[in-house]
Design a protein around this ligand. Structure first.
Ligand SMILES: NC(=O)c1ccc[n+]([C@@H]2O[C@H](COP(=O)([O-])OP(=O)(O)OC[C@H]3O[C@@H](n4cnc5c(N)ncnc54)[C@H](OP(=O)(O)O)[C@@H]3O)[C@@H](O)[C@H]2O)c1
Length: 308
């Protein structure tokens, strides 16, 4: 595994993060196996959210964690708040941010979160209220660092005007298939393709300029949770090129797809979501892969994009 210092945030964080969204349906023994496998592969950063299984993923993690023999301080625990599944709304009120963190701490059976991210923008959010919530959470020691997810640059600017703490992470969707984070820059000003649409206000460049680490969610998925493109016959061309590099590097196609994200100089942290120990090991092999500049483009083009 390789490690990175998140600017103004956690030091020595593994470059690959283990997502826990799909942990809900596992037994506590299987969940422990997932945590142990990830940790043995070098992963020390685990991603949660209040809405994963409506709290069940955090609970399962807490039930499983003692079986792993790990200590709380061996790992970074991140959770996210603001998506209210039952209420069908997003809620960044001070009251909800604070009560969500309390509920996450209770479910996870820990005293603090390393990082708290606001999950998706509440269209009614008041940045001054968010600032008050962050101050209280920092003062009480319940949260060490703060960040966001799925936020465009101007919303980050708005938050930054009020929030005292640095916003250290922005978690967004990014995979070989869902590469809109980078597409727009390539096709800028081109009327002939939808790839030119600016869907995120140039969030990648904004985050690089402002030292906000991008975390890539669903790094192996197509569409919005459409399934994985790995071994998917609908992505035959991409799988052919993944296979070619997998053979060359002596790893799996999964490793190459994750390595493609790691190859970007923005130091993006992919968040893998597999609950299968063999797939987790495959993904973590990505850190051994050496992709050249040309290899990276070949994979990008094999994913269905073209050079203007
Ligand atoms: N901020 C946000 O809005 C947001 C949104 C979504 C997700 N997330 C975070 O991102 C994490 C990852 O998302 P994700 O689960 O969609 O990521 P992913 O790693 O792209 O997808 C994992 C899924 O693909 C399956 N898969 C099938 N073949 C695979 C193979 N060969 N290798 C690996 N996986 C394979 C996995 O099944 P197996 O378990 O059988 O391997 C699992 O169901 C989540 O856990 C969550 O923490 C954040």
């Amino acid at each position: 595994m390789n490690y990175t210092n998140i600017v103004n945030g956690p030091a020595n964080a593994s470059v690959i993060v283990q997502g826990c969204m799909r942990m809900t349906d596992l037994s506590k023994e299987d969940a422990a196996n997932v945590i142990r496998t990830s940790f043995e592969c070098g992963v020390n950063f685990f991603d949660h959210a209040t809405c994963y299984g409506n709290g069940e993923a955090e609970k399962r993690f807490a039930q499983a964690f003692p079986l792993t023999g790990l200590k709380r301080e061996d790992i970074y625990i991140q959770s996210k708040c603001g998506i209210m599944i039952d209420e069908h709304e997003f809620d960044w009120t001070k009251e909800n941010i604070i009560s969500s963190v309390d509920a996450s701490l209770m479910r996870l059976n820990v005293e603090y979160l390393d990082t708290l991210l606001l999950h998706r923008p509440d269209l009614l959010f008041d940045p001054a209220e968010v600032a008050q919530a962050f101050d209280e959470l920092e003062k009480s020691g319940k949260v060490r660092w703060f960040g966001v997810s799925n936020l465009v640059p101007m919303q980050l600017e708005l938050l930054k005007k009020y929030v005292k703490q640095p916003l250290v992470i922005n978690q967004v969707q990014f995979s070989l298939d869902q590469s809109q984070l980078i597409d727009q820059a390539l096709y800028m000003n081109n009327k002939t393709t939808d790839f030119s649409l600016n869907r995120d206000g140039n969030v990648l460049d904004y985050c690089r300029i402002n030292d906000i680490t991008i975390q890539a969610w669903s790094p192996l998925q197509f569409g919005m949770f459409g399934g994985t493109f790995i071994d998917n016959p609908n992505f035959a061309g991409l799988n052919e090129v993944l296979e070619k590099f997998a053979r060359r590097e002596g790893v799996s196609k999964t490793a190459i797809a994750i390595a493609w994200i790691l190859r970007h100089p923005a130091k993006i942290q992919p968040i893998i979501g597999s609950m299968n120990p063999a797939h987790i090991k495959d993904a973590c092999d990505a850190v051994k892969v050496k992709l050249s500049h040309h290899d990276w483009y070949e994979l990008y083009l094999a994913s269905g994009k073209f050079l203007p």
